[in-house]
Design a protein around this ligand. Structure first.
Ligand SMILES: [Zn+2]
Length: 243
């Protein structure tokens, strides 16, 4: 378990909790705390106790166990509601594409970005220019197609690319180095990918995180966003599945 330093954006504090392979995000503004994808309750409780804080809401991007394992215990401990896509993980408020609601003291836009599953959601904080993309978009990568279909994921990635370039991207896992090594093999003459890989290696060697990235950076160096058409995307995603 590793806690990244806090980032303050428009007085929004975003704490990243690395738990195994997963990234759990704690959002706080005006002393209102929200967690996104608590794959572990213990890690979240530990972080909240450090701040003497209580949880107001749980947000889920998609109902896979590694993103929801902490829901039941957190819900019991803090008596807080759970919002997210449909599923049997304890959701109280099913959220849909296009909805706007308040959480963590800010306005959150729900973006339907299926493809990894049938019902993936991303949460876009317009005031803070930050998006939480679950397993749809990662730094230099994207999720596997488990249920949604290649074309569906392709469209969802296009949708995320239409956010402002400066938007900070917080994915559900940090596979950045592996993703960039794959990208460098697939696009061997792409200078920006090579530079990003070198930067990522340097950051990791110094014990620092490669996240968050930005939409601009993803558009420039994410191999899946560089695909010109659906067929190229399908081929690349299939190659990555066997990588
Ligand atoms: Zn998943």
């Amino acid at each position: 378990m590793r806690f990244a330093p806090h980032a303050t954006l428009d007085v929004m504090m975003i704490t990243t909790i690395q738990y195994g392979d997963n990234l759990i995000y704690l959002l706080c503004r005006e002393r209102r705390w929200t967690v996104i994808d608590p794959g572990s309750a213990r890690a979240v409780v530990f972080a909240l106790e450090k701040h003497g804080a209580t949880l107001e809401q749980i947000l889920i991007t998609h109902p896979h166990g590694d993103h929801t394992a902490g829901v039941a215990m957190l819900k019991k401990q803090y008596a807080c509601p759970v919002a997210g896509p449909p599923g049997d993980y304890g959701v109280d408020h099913v959220r849909h594409d296009g909805e706007i609601f308040r959480s963590a003291g800010t306005v959150i836009h729900v973006l339907g970005v299926p493809g990894h599953t049938d019902h993936d959601l991303a949460y876009y904080l317009s005031a803070q220019e930050a998006v939480f993309t679950g397993d749809t978009l990662f730094a230099a990568g994207c999720g596997r197609v488990i249920r949604g279909g290649m074309q569906t994921l392709w469209r969802s990635l296009a949708r995320l690319q239409s956010l402002p370039d400066s938007t900070l991207v917080y994915g559900g896992h940090d596979y950045t180095l592996d993703n960039l090594e794959f990208a460098a093999v697939m696009f061997p003459h792409h200078d920006a990918i090579r530079e990003r890989l070198d930067t990522a290696r340097r950051l990791i060697d110094n014990g620092r995180s490669c996240l968050p990235s930005t939409i601009a950076e993803e558009k420039r160096t994410n191999p899946f966003l560089l695909c010109r058409d659906l067929e190229a995307f399908r081929r690349l995603r299939t190659r990555k599945d066997g990588w």
